[in-house]
Design a protein around this ligand. Structure first.
Ligand code: SF4
Length: 226
């Protein structure tokens, strides 16, 4: 059974044929704080992200961490209320916490001087920011070569025998990061490919016969992720 690293060139070719070879476009350089907010909101259930971002734009808070961090929570809650009058629990304090974190560092540009491990630890210590979201922020907003492992990514890695079923998230992430070290564009493309594989690699039953990774399965087929 090969490792992800040893078969990576052939795997990349197969995935590029199936899903294309361009890294997803990234507008983050233009408006990084707005994109950070979008990514954080995207991870919340029951929220219309586009409407929430537009409301923050109108209020002038989507590009100003200092202003957002000082907003009255009730005012922010009123702004984000959907047509049914609801705001998902935890969204308002989470936005205030993330804005305060950026403000305390002196703005988005200042984050560029901080090493990746420190940023990862700090992001994960913010209540409401999970490991996948922290790593997505690192990759998609701060352009650090890190790989945000989702549940379906984890499942794919186990089914191919590229990690052990009991592997920690950090170990799984490092296995993937080792294939395209220090290249955020390559990492973005890889994350897009893995996301595209999720439609085949369902939790209940993998559809390997239609999947571009089928030639890279272990002998005997996919391993059990449980
Ligand atoms: S070949 Fe099967 S196990 Fe591998 S990613 Fe595709 S669906 Fe999942």
């Amino acid at each position: 059974m090969g490792s992800l690293g040893s078969e990576f060139d052939a795997i990349s070719e197969a995935l590029a044929r199936a899903f294309g070879n361009e890294p997803p476009s990234s507008p983050v350089a233009i408006d990084p704080f707005r994109n950070l907010l979008r990514l954080v909101l995207d991870a919340q259930r029951g929220l219309r992200v586009d409407q929430a971002i537009e409301a923050l734009d109108r209020a002038g808070w989507s590009d100003d961490p200092e202003a957002l961090s000082a907003v009255d929570p009730q005012e922010l809650s009123d702004l984000l209320r959907d047509p049914r009058g609801k705001v998902p629990a935890g969204v308002v304090p989470l936005l205030l916490r993330i804005a305060s974190w950026v403000r305390d560092h002196g703005g988005m540009d200042a984050l560029g001087a901080i090493d990746t491990e420190t940023l990862r630890d700090e992001l994960r210590s913010i209540r409401g920011i999970g490991s996948t979201t922290a790593n997505r922020i690192l990759l998609e907003v701060l352009r650090r070569p890190t790989f945000p492992i989702s549940r379906s990514d984890y499942r794919i890695l186990i089914r191919h025998g590229w990690i052990d079923p009991g592997a920690e998230e950090t170990e799984a992430r490092e296995v993937v990061e080792g294939t395209v070290a220090d290249d955020p564009d390559a990492m973005l493309r890889l994350a897009f490919w893995f996301e595209s594989l999720a439609r085949f690699c369902k939790a209940t039953a993998p559809r390997c016969d239609r999947c571009p990774l089928q030639p890279f399965l272990p002998e005997g087929g996919p391993l059990d992720p449980e």
